[in-house]
Design a protein around this ligand. Structure first.
Ligand SMILES: Nc1ncnc2c1ncn2[C@@H]1O[C@H](COP(=O)(O)OP(=O)(O)OP(=O)(O)O)[C@@H](O)[C@H]1O
Ligand SMILES: [Mg+2]
Length: 386
């Protein structure tokens, strides 16, 4: 029995040894892989740190309380504060006051994961109290078990200065044009009434056409004035409680009276708003005028009003040329126009949507587009409602 037992023991031991040895080898291999992975991680971490620190573009990392954890030298150069003064603060502490609220809203949307990133032009105040303009781009990322925010701040002050000197000229010119055009409008309207009451239909019709053009010119001048005010931070809202439904009806009826388009208005029961009625009217006019202007040969536009608990959503749909998808993200930038064979004979400055977006954002609303080339466009905006 003994030798047999020995053999058995030996065989069992051998099997166990083989097993342990195999596991050991497997473990060794795994360890090697983990080490390689760690090495790769270390290298990519180093690469990230080098790019982060050396980049000439300002970079920062923030935590969920929006406190700045890390910055590179470019942020120090951008703001003129020392690194220790910036770490631990929040970037909005450096924002010009009129950008603060909008920026906060974008940050909230990002951190609540309602958008994957945001991108925003903002004016910051440096330590020496001068202004610096930046495009801010922020995303979230996971770092071990926490979520952090990563932001790029691209200095666009030179471009803005150029724009501002153009704006100053525009501001002076449009201001000077405002008085004569207002008188022209008043005289034109009086004359139209006189000729109509004297049953001079031809002169009445000519004056009506002239007055429509004068109204367009007036609107253009106001757009140019708005631009200069917005950029200079001197743009004030006149907040009142008003019926958005009544406003929408008035605007649609006015446009119906001056255009051959059939405007189909699909609305709900009365919706009240607290906001700037005049500015919102301007947005509606811009969107409906665009719908008409960019759908030549069509004759239908649909305007819809809907609401949820907190906000109203108004949409303007046309069935015209539409907008190529790659242009959607630029539509609300100032002076941006889609340039192709469809639009080459249509005049415009590329300001209407920029101004509309500013008006809506300043009233805590959103504005966006759905459009497909050749199939038409729908512009939507939301506003907080009562
Ligand atoms: N409903 C639409 N359908 C197709 N393209 C549109 C529509 N609305 C706007 N666009 C495109 O977006 C661009 C920007 O529109 P925006 O209203 O800002 O400027 P504009 O109409 O060119 O000039 P204006 O400053 O006189 O309004 C337009 O030039 C046009 O290419
Ligand atoms: Mg327009």
């Amino acid at each position: 029995m003994e030798p047999e037992n020995n053999t058995l023991n030996f065989n069992t031991l051998k099997a166990q040894y083989d097993q342990i040895s195999a596991s050991y080898n497997a473990l060794q291999n795994e360890l090697k892989e983990v080490k390689q992975e760690a090495q790769r991680f270390h290298e990519s971490d180093e690469r990230f740190k080098t790019i982060f620190e050396q980049s000439s573009v300002a970079n920062k990392i923030i935590n969920a309380d929006l406190e700045i954890l890390e910055i590179n030298q470019a942020v120090v150069d951008l703001l003129g504060y020392r690194k220790e003064e910036i770490i631990g603060s929040r970037i909005r502490d450096f924002s010009r006051a009129d950008f603060n609220e909008r920026w906060q809203r974008l940050q909230t949307e990002l951190w609540e994961k309602r958008v994957p990133k945001f991108n925003f032009e903002v004016c910051l105040i440096k330590k020496d109290k001068t202004e610096v303009w930046c495009i801010v781009e922020s995303i979230l990322f996971k770092d071990r078990d926490q979520t952090l925010g990563y932001t790029l701040l691209q200095n666009i002050t030179d471009r803005k200065r150029n724009e501002q000197s153009k704006d100053e000229v525009l501001g002076i010119v449009s201001h000077e044009l405002k008085t004569p055009i207002t008188s022209l409008k008043a005289y034109g309207q009086v004359l139209e009434r006189i000729f109509k009451s004297e049953s001079n239909a031809f002169a009445g019709a000519m004056l009506r056409k002239m007055n429509i053009q004068v109204i367009k010119l007036t609107r253009l001048i106001h757009d140019l004035l708005d631009i200069t005010r917005m950029e200079g931070g001197k743009f004030a809202l006149n907040l009142v409680t008003y019926s958005f439904s009544d406003l929408l009806n008035e605007v649609v009826n006015d446009i119906r009276a001056t255009s051959n388009y059939h405007i189909n208005l699909q609305t709900i029961e009365n919706v009240n708003c607290y906001g700037d009625k005049g500015r919102t009217e301007q947005v509606l006019i811009n969107l409906i005028n665009n719908a008409i202007k960019y759908s030549p040969g069509e004759d239908k536009i649909v305007v819809r009003l809907d609401r949820n608990e907190k906000e109203l959503i108004c949409s303007v749909q046309d069935f015209g040329m539409g907008i190529p998808a790659q242009k959607h993200e630029n539509l609300f930038e100032r002076y941006f126009r889609v340039e192709n064979e469809n639009t080459q004979n249509i005049a415009g400055l590329g300001l209407g949507l920029y101004i509309s977006a500013e008006m809506i954002h300043r009233q805590n609303g959103r504005i966006w587009v759905e459009s497909e080339e050749g199939k038409g466009s729908t512009f939507h905006f939301s506003l907080p409602c009562l």
